[in-house]
Design a protein around this ligand. Structure first.
Ligand code: BES
Ligand code: MN
Ligand code: MN
Length: 458
């Protein structure tokens, strides 16, 4: 039976690519209001796909972009909630793209390695379609799915899932399931499948420091007038000590130590600064000095400035003291770190460093707790076997450095554990120019979900 399903995925691959390319042409950038219409088009597109498979599907409004919900119940069988997102990150800097971001194509990265290139190719349209194609193949060959399925595809994940927690709470009854499935994470490497068992949380703030009531001549006022760029730079610099630790008071409250047996498994994966940082042109780990690279990216909390702006940034020079400067700063959280407490500690940290005659605004972009999933979930055990059969290699359980804010709400609001299986690779350039998704991730990803669905239904 599974062979027929897998065979169908193989023979229909070109059509599957054409379907994905249609979706990739839609410019569903969720953080830029100018693209709200495109977000809605992307939602409508998924609804059409789901309806074509016999799902009962509709759009539902949230405070930002609509979500798509599709149902295909199966009485007597387990029921899963599949989640993904149709929104994508902005494309800038556009000039660094080798081909236009919303004109998907197949490129050859190296001899024999074909990749789908477009914004969203991996994150998350390509990944979502691995699941949808698996459903399509089951329905085409067997006439039905092995489990009941509710599909929830949102359009604001890249914007901190704005509006979704409230929507989830208001639509609990429609989302009843035994557990959730998510395809928005990565593999360990090209040959090694993985199941993600933790996601980092996130606190994202922005500070705007205002000094004089206008830009000033730096000869006339320099020396006496406060420079807001210096104030912002000091705040950013003060956030780490010389050992790479974050200096916010209370920041490490609730950070757990990784169990030794899990750490041993991670260490056996052999990640080194050379292999991990080498691929992006670096060599020296910048995190906490007493932690290995794998801990730094999977199980330790971080603080990063994601953007900093102020003063004259055009061509040539201009002798000016700017009236304001700003920085976007985010924290990745692990374990039981409390986003509210960290956010408050950050505010106090900033206010202490702003001189009395300056003003500071502190904006809020997102807050989400970290999540840790049970290593012994029954669905995880079944998925492991299914992945091993597809890839010919035992999957590894890894922690993800990234965040998927809504997964914590699946647990808190819906009471669901989540199985996170994805086929992204470290060189996919997600959120960067020239995002791609390996054809093998797309093809074998669909085959993997077909097997996982079969295993979950048996
Ligand atoms: N798919 C990613 C999360 C991810 C990245 C998981 C890498 C595993 C490996 C997701 O789309 C994402 O980018 N999340 C944002 C959340 C933020 C915008 C609130 C993130 O992690 O920065
Ligand atoms: Mn994603
Ligand atoms: Mn993303």
């Amino acid at each position: 039976m599974i062979d027929r399903v897998l065979g169908d995925i193989d023979t229909d691959l070109d059509n599957a690519l054409a379907r994905l390319f249609d979706w990739l042409r839609i410019q569903s950038i969720s953080t830029d209001p100018a693209y709200a219409g495109e977000c809605r088009r992307a939602a409508e597109w998924v609804r059409g796909e789901l309806e074509a498979l016999g799902f009962k599907a509709h759009l539902s409004e949230t405070s930002l972009h609509p979500v798509v919900v599709g149902h295909k119940p199966k009485p007597g069988a387990p029921h899963v909630l599949f989640y993904g997102h149709y929104d994508v990150q902005p494309v800038d800097p556009l000039e660094l793209w080798e081909t236009p971001p919303f004109e998907p194509l197949l490129a050859e990265l190296e001899p024999g390695r074909r990749v789908i290139r477009a914004r969203g190719a991996c994150d998350d349209k390509g990944q979502v379609m691995t699941f949808v194609e698996a459903c399509r193949a089951w329905i085409a060959t067997e006439g039905e799915l092995p489990v009941g399925v509710t599909v929830l595809i949102e359009g604001a994940e890249e914007n901190g899932s704005k509006g979704l927690p409230e929507w989830l709470a208001a639509n609990k009854d429609e989302l009843k399931a035994d557990y959730a499935l998510v395809c928005d994470t990565g593999m360990w490497d090209r040959g090694t499948p993985s199941i993600t068992t933790s996601l980092r949380g996130l606190v994202y703030r922005e500070i705007v420091v205002k000094a004089a009531d206008r830009d000033l001549h730096s000869g006339m006022f320099g020396g006496a007038a406060r420079n807001p760029i210096h104030v912002v730079a000091r705040i950013v610099a003060d956030l780490h000590d010389e050992n790479g630790r974050v200096t916010l008071p209370g920041f490490y409250d609730g950070v757990p130590e990784t169990p030794p047996e899990i750490l041993a498994q991670w260490n056996a994966l052999g990640l080194t600064p050379e292999t991990f940082l080498g691929q992006v042109g670096l060599s020296i780990p910048a995190g906490e000095k007493d932690r290995s690279v794998i801990e730094q990216i999977q199980s330790r909390p971080t603080c990063d400035a994601n953007g900093i702006v102020g003063g004259y940034t055009g061509e040539g020079s201009k002798t000016v003291i700017a009236a304001q400067a700003s920085a976007k700063i985010s924290f990745r959280l692990v374990g039981d770190q409390d986003p509210q407490k960290i956010s408050a500690a950050f505010e106090a940290f900033v206010r202490e460093r702003v001189p009395a005659d300056c003003r500071v605004e502190i904006l809020d972009h997102s807050a989400a707790r970290a999540i840790q999933l049970p290593y012994d979930m029954p669905a995880l055990v079944k998925a492991k076997a299914a992945l091993a059969a597809e890839w010919g290699k035992e999957p590894v359980a890894i922690g993800s450095g990234g965040s998927i804010p809504i997964v914590g709400d699946f647990k808190r609001t819906l009471g669901l554990d989540t199985l996170l299986v994805g086929f992204g690779l470290d060189d996919d350039r997600v959120h960067s120019p020239n995002e791609k998704y390996d054809l093998s991730s797309f093809h074998k990803g669909a085959r993997s979900w077909a097997r996982i669905l079969g295993a979950l239904g048996s």
